[in-house]
Every structure is written in structure tokens, then in C-alpha cells.
Write a protein that binds this ligand. Structure first.
Ligand code: SAM
Ligand code: SF4
Length: 457
């Protein structure tokens, strides 16, 4: 049977057959420069130093007493790990725009060790023109010489573990208990040229009262620090059983009030809230967490327990220092566990972690993921707006203070996918240094509520 054009009159799906032969997609074009295609993309690095010169009995983090031989071997391994990453083409396609050196206590290293480590780090990886690097220290471990090494190498933000300016409370934490020394270390850093100084303060310490908490906040404000991070003190069984009898920790309701009080006081003194527990003067917000979380900048994890996310995986490193050193010296990366992040989960991850930074920008999100998160999560966002936990405008969403900051983790979890809802996070890395080492089975003591406290007495 012969087919003629008149044999297909019933094909009426389109008025006419399209005669443009499809070759490309998308169909709109804008100017594109070589740099845009091949320029190095931003990347961060987290460097973990698991040593302290003096171990505080109240501390749950994995850390080791500085030891000449172990520290030297560790630094050799850490440099080998940096070199391993630096040699990978994927890493070479990026430039380091931000970094965080945490611990333990990174400044437990000597000035020459810090200099050598930073020299290797900055010399091996492609660094952006002015990378945003932060480092942690205790007030006792920072010296003028170390401060100068850090500044000369380009570290611009320093975070001091102050905890409290009250001598008795410092003693209850097993920390050197001279508040004057704490103040002097802040003055020293300022004199050396550090403009961006964060201090960690803890609330809920044994013997702490609302009045003593206010005193510590007042001293911090008076000293002119640019950022204050709060930690809610977790008391461990081994502290109370093995040490002298400590006064009780404040009850839960008081600790909650301490948070709200501090948030109110710091915002009245010109600080802005980030991550719910960090308050910074405008322009001094911690970039490491914010940029890497909300803009999905890949992070290289360096050192035992360090967490990173590269090539659509988030993962954390081997926590045991001996196994870490062995693996790295065998020429392998010390990756312990992690998870592949699918595209839908990458979108949720930007929401979950973006909320933790206090705000999610609509335009940045659209550029990153090609979707409008407000449309995508309309039900969750409407519910949070109704509860006055976030505000929504054309630019995006912002967590309200102090109510939203107080519930920050609840808000963040509203964006979990079904698969991860109610699934606890693995305690394995950076925040999660809280993993106990095998020789220290730590048990967190539950803080009493007001009723329980009354009942006990
Ligand atoms: C790894 S430390 C880094 C700073 C430095 N090593 C120091 O202690 O000064 C980070 C912070 O963890 C907090 N931290 C220590 N022990 C804690 C505990 N038992 N509960 C909650 N936070 C704690 C402190 O605020 C400390 O500054
Ligand atoms: S609180 Fe800081 S200095 Fe004290 S043991 Fe822990 S990490 Fe080290």
C-alpha cells in the first residue's frame, strides 16, 4: 500500500510541524567569559589540632596532652594529608576563600610549628587573595609571638575560650582561674592587630547565677570584643564523681533565661545574631559557617574527626589519632564515614544549614540550585511564619530574634526530608568532637527542671 500525505490528516496534535531542528538547550545566551567557565571556584578548609597544653576536666572533646613526639608525628601526617588533597585536580580547580583552625587548642602548637603548618597549608593549596581564616585559642596559650605569626600568615579572626569572667566559675570548670589574665589576653590580641576577636562564653556552669552571667556579658561588651559565642555547659558524670564537690548547675529554666537575657543584651549593644548562639558586630560575622553552609562552598576536612563536604559527599575523618596518622602516611585519605548527597538532599541541606546561619537568601539559593525555595517549601515556611519563628520578604527568610534563635534547631529540622526526620546526627566530627575516646566513657548529666530541683531538696 502506498503512503500519501493525504493519508495522515488525523494528526492534529500541532497546527504545524516544527521545522527548527533542535540542537542546543537552553535557548537563551548571555556573554560568558573564560574566567567564568574555568576560574577557580571558592572552597574552604577545616584544620583540626587535637592537642591542649592543659586538659580541663570539664571538657568532653577528643584531645590529647601535647607531647613533643606525638605532636611532631601528627604535624607530619597533617601536612601529608594537605599535600594529598592539594595534588587532586578537583581541589586544584578551586581556591581557598575561607578556613577554620580548631581543636583542641591550635595554639597549643609552638610559634615555629604554627608558622610551618600555615606555610605548608597556604603554599600547597591555591589561596584566594585575602582568605577569611579563623583560629581557636585559649587565653593562656596565646603569646605575642604566636599572634604575630598568625597575623603575618593571614589569619584575621581569633576565637578565645573565655567561658566566664568569674574566678570561682573558672575553677569549677578546671580552668586557670584568673579573670585578669583573660582580659589581658584580649588586650594583647588587640595590641598585636587582631580586629576580629570572638570569645566563647558558657552558661549553665556549676555555681553560675543570672547576676554572674550578666557580669561576664558586661565585661565582654566593655572589652569591645566583636563576637560572642554561647555554649550551654554540659556536665559530665566523671566531673562530679572524681572531683571536689561542685555547687549545682543552674536549673534548665534559668539556663533558658540566661540565653534570652544575653540575646537581648547583646542585640541592644549592636550585635547581630547568627546560628542562634553567636552574636557579632555588623561586618564581623563568622564567614566560615555562614558562607560554607548557605552558599554550599565545599570544605576540605583536615585532621582526625574533621568534617567536610566535597564532590557531593559529606564525610568525616577517622577520629583515632593513631589510625589517622597510619592511614595518611600510607598515602590514603583518612575518610571514615559519610554520605552521598543527592540533588534533592543538597537543596534541603542548604535550607537546613542556611537557617542555622539565621537567614536564607532567595537569589543566592536560586543561583545555586535553580529553584525558588519559597515556592518549594511553601507549607513549611507558612507554618514557621505563623508561629513567628521566621519572617519572609522578597529577599528571603530571616529567623526572628530571640524567639526563632531559641528554637533555631527546631526550625532547621522543619526542612529535613522524610528519610532523615527523627534520625539523630552522628557524633563524629568537629561539633561532634564530643565523641568520647575509648578510655573516657562520658555520661552527660541531665540538668534538673525547676520541679525536679525542688523535689531533690
Ligand atoms: C574546643 S574548645 C576551643 C577553645 C579552647 N580549647 C578553649 O577551651 O579555650 C570550644 C569551646 O567548647 C566549649 N566547651 C568546653 N567544654 C564544654 C562543655 N562541657 N559543655 C559545653 N561546651 C563546652 C567551650 O566554650 C570552648 O571554648
Ligand atoms: S576546653 Fe579547650 S583547652 Fe580545655 S581541654 Fe577542652 S579543648 Fe582543651
Amino acid at each position: 500500500m502506498s503512503i500519501t500525505t493525504t493519508s495522515m490528516p488525523f494528526w492534529k496534535e500541532y497546527p504545524e510541524r516544527d521545522n527548527e531542528w533542535v540542537r542546543q538547550y537552553p535557548t537563551k545566551h548571555v556573554p560568558v567569559a573564560e574566567e567564568e567557565v574555568f576560574g577557580r571556584k571558592p572552597m574552604g578548609a577545616y584544620v583540626h589540632i587535637p592537642f591542649c597544653n592543659r586538659l580541663c576536666f570539664s571538657c568532653p572533646y577528643i584531645k590529647h596532652q601535647t607531647d613533643r613526639d606525638l605532636t611532631r608525628t601528627y604535624l607530619d601526617a597533617l601536612k601529608a594529608e594537605i599535600t594529598n588533597y592539594a595534588n587532586r585536580p578537583y581541589v586544584q580547580d578551586h581556591e581557598i576563600t575561607l578556613g577554620y583552625i580548631g581543636g583542641g587548642t591550635p595554639t597549643a602548637l609552638t610559634a615555629p610549628q604554627l608558622d610551618d603548618l600555615l606555610d605548608h597549608l597556604f603554599g600547597s593549596l591555591h589561596m584566594a587573595a585575602d582568605p577569611d581564616f579563623s583560629i581557636e585559642t585559649t587565653p593562656v596559650d596565646i603569646t605575642e609571638r604566636k599572634a604575630r605569626v598568625l597575623l603575618d600568615r593571614g589569619v584575621r579572626r581569633i576565637s578565645l575560650g573565655v567561658q566566664t569572667f568569674v574566678a570561682e566559675e573558672l575553677k569549677n570548670l578546671g580552668r586557670p582561674n584568673d579573670p585578669e589574665m583573660l582580659k589581658n589576653s584580649i588586650r594583647l590580641l588587640r595590641k598585636c592587630g587582631f580586629e576580629n576577636i570572638n570569645i566563647d562564653l558558657m552558661h549553665g556552669i556549676n555555681g553560675q547565677t543570672m547576676e554572674s552571667w550578666e557580669y561576664s556579658l558586661d565585661v565582654a561588651i566593655e572589652l569591645g570584643v566583636t563576637c560572642v559565642s554561647f555554649y550551654t555547659y554540659m556536665e559530665f558524670a566523671q566531673v562530679s564523681t572524681k572531683r571536689r564537690k561542685l555547687p549545682p548547675v543552674p536549673e534548665r529554666a534559668v539556663v533558658d533565661d540566661m540565653f534570652l537575657f544575653a540575646a537581648d543584651k547583646l542585640t541592644r549593644h549592636g550585635f547581630l545574631g547568627y546560628y542562634g548562639d553567636c552574636f557579632a558586630k555588623p561586618g564581623y560575622q563568622p564567614k566560615y559557617g555562614e558562607t560554607s553552609w548557605s552558599e554550599d562552598v565545599p570544605i576540605i576536612p583536615l585532621g582526625p574527626t574533621a568534617t567536610g563536604h566535597l564532590r557531593d559527599y559529606w564525610y568525616f575523618n577517622e577520629p583515632d589519632i593513631g589510625r589517622y596518622i597510619q592511614t595518611v602516611m600510607d598515602g590514603r585519605l583518612p575518610i571514615a564515614m559519610g554520605k552521598h548527597i543527592t540533588k534533592p538532599e543538597a537543596i534541603r541541606r542548604s535550607m537546613v544549614l542556611g537557617v542555622k546561619a539565621g537567614r536564607v537568601d532567595r537569589e543566592t539559593f536560586r543561583r545555586l540550585h535553580g529553584v525558588d525555595f519559597v515556592e518549594m517549601f511553601r507549607a513549611e515556611i507558612d507554618d514557621l511564619v505563623d508561629k513567628e519563628l521566621i519572617t519572609l520578604d522578597d529577599k528571603g527568610i530571616e529567623v526572628t530574634g530571640p524567639k526563632g534563635w531559641y528554637y533555631l534547631d527546631n526550625i532547621s529540622k522543619a526542612f529535613y526530608s522524610q528519610e532523615y526526620r527523627r534520625y539523630p546526627q552522628h557524633l563524629g566530627a568537629d561539633i561532634s568532637n564530643f565523641i568520647s575516646s575509648s578510655s573516657l566513657p562520658l555520661e552527660i548529666i541531665t540538668r534538673p527542671s525547676a520541679e525536679e530541683a525542688c523535689h531533690d531538696h
